[in-house]
Design a protein around this ligand. Structure first.
Ligand SMILES: *Cc1c(COP(=O)(O)O)cnc(C)c1O
Length: 397
């Protein structure tokens, strides 16, 4: 059923049966304070103006909507446009959310910022914003990831952030997240915790969605100016789901616009080495939220895999779980090999090297475009640029 007006989450932070606040009792009050501050500030004139001017002067917004002429010719079907989040400062959409949350922290009077990072992209965006605002920045990162992502570790340190190696568990993202939560519980008086995607306990999935919605708001205006009508299809890759929801949300009440989220099928859905949570997951509770999760027969969260570090996550934002069940967004998956081919395709037709995450959305054109016609319009959210992935791509090729 299509609702004429979409109102999510509810007052308890639930998206249907998903979402919520599954956290230690010590975090209930800070989460409540964060929610109250956010609900007040999102309508505050000074807050809105400060964020707008930051985006204009620092992020480089609005980002262009580029007509992909040669890629369109390649398929000979629907017109393809690219929303250029790769042109944001730091090379991806993550800065949209980080700057919003840094301003929240500033208005809340918090001088210390913590974050966790896997591939390092969210850590770099957070370190960037902290340097800009002169805030103390602590980034938790698994030891294994520190080893794998040296250039990003160096970037964060260069901008003055403290990178704390996490030695517990598998020494990757989920262990870093546990440490960050521990830190927040201890230092909540002066510390704001910046979560990097539409995940975690309420109100984070809502706040991050709203800050990323700038993508869809601009896209809507740009396509109306250019084509005088809405697109037929929106495509975006889904890790935690922030770039996808940022693109889809401003179109959520437009049923004529088909929204498609693309997950990573890694080495194949018939193996254990993928992270197609919405395709293969089951209900579970993880990192403060109820959502679809990849888990074993005992309900333990599984080790997951994708060639793209930003999609390599065993959960997904709770709103995506809801949107899937309500049939408001469709979800598919693309494997490593298809993603690499898509990197080559976009590089050679448009002169744009996409991030490996983004390449998953581009690869889906092979399935979608044959079904389209020349008078239709497809927009891909180009979530990030591929410079960070050159080594991985070279090794694969
Ligand atoms: C982190 C990242 C993603 C995945 O995160 P979402 O929250 O799903 O958007 C996708 N693309 C790029 C370029 C990223 O850096």
């Amino acid at each position: 059923m299509i609702k004429s007006s979409y109102q999510q989450p509810d007052s308890k932070g639930k998206f249907g049966r998903f979402g919520g606040k599954f956290v230690p009792e010590t975090l209930i009050t800070p989460l409540k304070q964060l929610e109250e501050a956010y609900l007040r500030l999102k309508n505050d004139k000074d807050f809105i103006e400060e964020l707008e001017s930051l985006h204009k002067e620092f992020t480089g917004r609005p980002t262009p909507l580029t007509f992909a002429e040669r890629l369109t010719k390649h398929y000979g079907k629907a017109k393809i446009y690219l929303k250029r989040e790769d042109l944001c400062h730091t090379g991806a959409h993550k800065i949209n959310n980080v700057l919003g949350q840094i301003l929240l922290a500033k208005y809340l009077g918090k001088r210390r910022i913590i974050a966790e990072t896997g591939a390092g992209q969210h850590g770099v965006a957070t370190a960037t914003a902290c340097a800009k605002f002169g805030l103390h920045c602590v980034v938790y990162m698994g030891e294994t990831d520190i080893e794998r992502q040296k250039p990003n570790v160096f970037r964060m340190k260069l901008m003055g952030a403290e990178v704390i190696p996490v030695k517990s568990g598998s020494r990757t993202l989920k262990d870093a997240t546990n440490e960050a939560i521990r830190d927040w519980v201890t230092n909540v008086e002066d510390t704001h915790y910046i979560i990097g995607s539409v995940v975690g306990p309420h109100p984070y999935p809502m706040i991050v969605r709203d800050f990323q919605s700038i993508i869809g708001i601009e896209t809507r205006q740009q396509i109306l100016e250019r084509e005088n009508r809405l697109p037929d299809y929106l495509l975006a890759c889904v890790g935690g789901g922030s770039n996808a929801i940022g693109m889809f949300f401003p179109f959520i009440n437009d049923p004529q616009v088909t929204k498609i989220g693309i997950e990573a099928a890694g080495k194949g859905l018939d193996t254990d080495e993928h992270c197609a949570t919405l395709t293969k997951g089951r209900d579970g509770i993880f990192q403060g939220m109820k959502t679809y999760l990849l888990q074993d027969d005992f309900g333990q969260v599984r080790e997951v895999y994708s060639i793209s570090a930003g999609l390599d996550y065993p959960g997904v934002g709770p709103e995506h779980s809801f949107l899937k069940d309500e049939n408001l967004v469709e979800y598919f998956s693309i494997n490593d090999k298809e993603a690499i081919e898509a990197v080559k395709l976009l590089s050679q037709t448009e002169g744009i090297i996409p991030a490996l995450e983004t390449a998953h959305a581009i690869a889906y054109l092979n399935y979608l475009l044959p079904k389209t016609s020349a008078d239709e319009i497809v927009i891909i959210n180009l979530s990030g640029r591929g410079d960070k992935d050159l080594n991985t791509i070279m090794e694969f090729l």
